[in-house]
Design a protein around this ligand. Structure first.
Ligand code: HEM
Ligand code: HEM
Length: 286
């Protein structure tokens, strides 16, 4: 099979697998983990197929090499590093190793943050390679033009070629746009996860109190000062006007940490069922 066509399919499979890895709610953790490993294998194949290009650009990096080749090399190195660390942190939090001594939240948040950063770097890389992606798609994948004609990267085109290239361009833009939306949604999810974890830590350590106006206040015992946070806080106790509720009242605070409402046997490493009702405590108002 044509090399460009093979490369296109490998790149498309790696990208698709990478995007699907962001939807753990749909795939579940087990499939997610295998999917991550398969994406890693595709990237390894992709890497070896470009090894000659890499060694050429590396050997000429400080010599006669175009700026765009240098930019591509640095970007590829960063994306490679990103993937290595995603797989590493993924294994650390995986149900396969089941490491109980780790700070699970920290490693999971790091895993998600690395995934999002790598996603944006990858989208940028795909923008840089848009002409190649579009022309190979146009010529070999969707077969609108004559197979014998060369892959057009730049230069003149017939009217029909220009039209079909435009179609591929719009498709690629839609794919990249969808990728950017997934990235933004995951950043938002990550930030709200971190805030919820902080809030639950403050509630459980008795540091969080709430004012009559419903503002959440973090009492700082060392300096005897109060710091007002803008975090949406799931504290329900309503105190009398002017009064500030004491720590004793926060013990009745209801904090739902997860909205997946998993039931036995649970779909993630954070599943815990101390009251034995077959549902994860993190999704209950305890
Ligand atoms: C899902 C992940 C990735 C996708 C979708 C992807 C996509 C692409 C595309 C479309 C090209 C240009 C066409 C081609 O020759 O294949 C390319 C080139 C290349 N990629 Fe990737 N890539 C990914 C990850 C990586 C990683 C992790 C590395 C490095 C470890 C890497 C290294 C390279 C190299 C060296 C080239 C050729 C030089 C250049 O950047 O122009 N790629 N990639
Ligand atoms: C393609 C690479 C990968 C990407 C883009 C990725 C992305 C993500 C994202 C965005 C989450 C957060 C999901 C959520 O909070 O709803 C997550 C969770 C997780 N990932 Fe990955 N991941 C990848 C590879 C892996 C690998 C290779 C493993 C392990 C072998 C792994 C194990 C996990 C685990 C255990 C969770 C926690 C699930 C949970 O607690 O709900 N990931 N991953």
């Amino acid at each position: 099979m044509n090399t460009q066509k093979v490369n296109w399919w490998i790149d498309a499979a790696a990208f698709l697998g990478f995007m699907v890895s962001f939807f753990t709610d749909i795939t579940g953790v087990e499939i997610h983990q295998w999917m991550g490993i398969i994406v890693g294998l595709f990237i390894l194949i992709h890497f070896f197929r470009h090894l000659e290009w890499i060694s050429t650009v590396v050997s000429k990096f400080f010599g006669k090499t175009s700026l765009i080749a240098k930019v591509n090399l640095i970007l590829d190195a960063l994306i490679g590093l990103g993937f290595f660390n995603i797989l590493f942190t993924g294994l650390i939090i995986s149900t396969w190793l089941n490491l109980t001594f780790i700070d699970y939240s920290f490693w999971k948040n790091l895993h998600v943050a690395l995934s999002v950063i790598t996603l944006f770097a990858l989208l940028f890389k795909l923008i840089l390679h848009r002409k190649w992606i579009i022309s190979v798609a146009d010529k070999y994948i969707f077969r609108r033009t004559n197979d014998a004609s060369p892959v057009v990267v730049a230069g003149t085109m017939s009217k029909s070629t220009a039209q079909s290239s435009r179609r591929e361009f719009l498709k690629l833009s839609a794919v990249l746009g969808a990728g950017a939306v997934v990235g933004v949604v995951n950043i938002h999810k990550l930030i709200s996860d971190v805030l919820t974890e902080q809030t639950s830590q403050n509630v459980s350590s008795g540091k969080l109190i709430t004012t009559a106006e419903g503002q959440s206040v973090i009492a700082s015992p060392s300096s005897a000062t109060f710091e007002i946070t803008e975090t949406p806080v799931p504290v329900v106790q309503k105190p009398s006007p002017t009064e500030i509720t004491e720590n004793s009242q926060t013990s009745s605070a209801c904090s739902i940490l997860c909205h997946k409402s998993c039931s036995y046997p649970g779909r993630c490493r954070r599943y815990v069922d101390t009251n034995g009702n077959g549902k994860c405590d993190r999704g209950e108002c305890l």
